[in-house]
Design a protein around this ligand. Structure first.
Ligand code: CO
Length: 136
């Protein structure tokens, strides 16, 4: 798949504001972007850690997949995102090897990047995102 690096880790939280004192005040990371992704019903906050980002995900609606995740499993790590040069090619390769896909084609995610998810059934139980290599 030509994965180049971990693009980000997605972490489900109930309230982004409540997490800022830890990420900024204790870890010393800087939140450089807060963005609502309407079609995923989440508010996201981004921190850079070298080439990798931490993406906090706060549900904006009770029927958000993040709200359901928190209900079932509590707050915590939600997904890992790998950067690939081409999401569609990586998806096609995964599908050809029998991986169950959540997205058959890339869609728009936060920061205007193309993203797609692989099903945890095929990824040793970790929700896995493939993400176009970012400009940032
Ligand atoms: Co993500």
């Amino acid at each position: 798949m030509n994965i180049t690096h971990i693009e980000h880790l997605g972490i489900a939280v109930k309230n982004i504001e409540a997490c800022l004192p830890y990420y900024e005040g204790i870890l010393g990371l800087k939140c450089y972007n807060i963005e609502v992704v309407e079609d995923q019903k989440v508010k996201t906050a981004f921190f850079k850690v070298g080439q990798t980002k931490i993406e906090l995900l706060e549900p904006t609606s009770e029927d958000s997949t993040i709200a359901k995740f928190i209900e079932k499993k509590g707050e915590g790590i939600h997904h890992i995102a790998f950067a690939v040069p081409c999401v569609q090619e990586a998806l096609d390769e995964a599908a050809s090897k029998g991986v169950q896909l959540i997205d058959k084609a890339p869609r728009g995610g936060a920061e205007g990047l193309n993203i797609a998810f692989l099903h945890p059934k095929s990824t040793c139980s970790v929700l896995t995102e493939l993400c176009m290599e970012g400009k940032k």
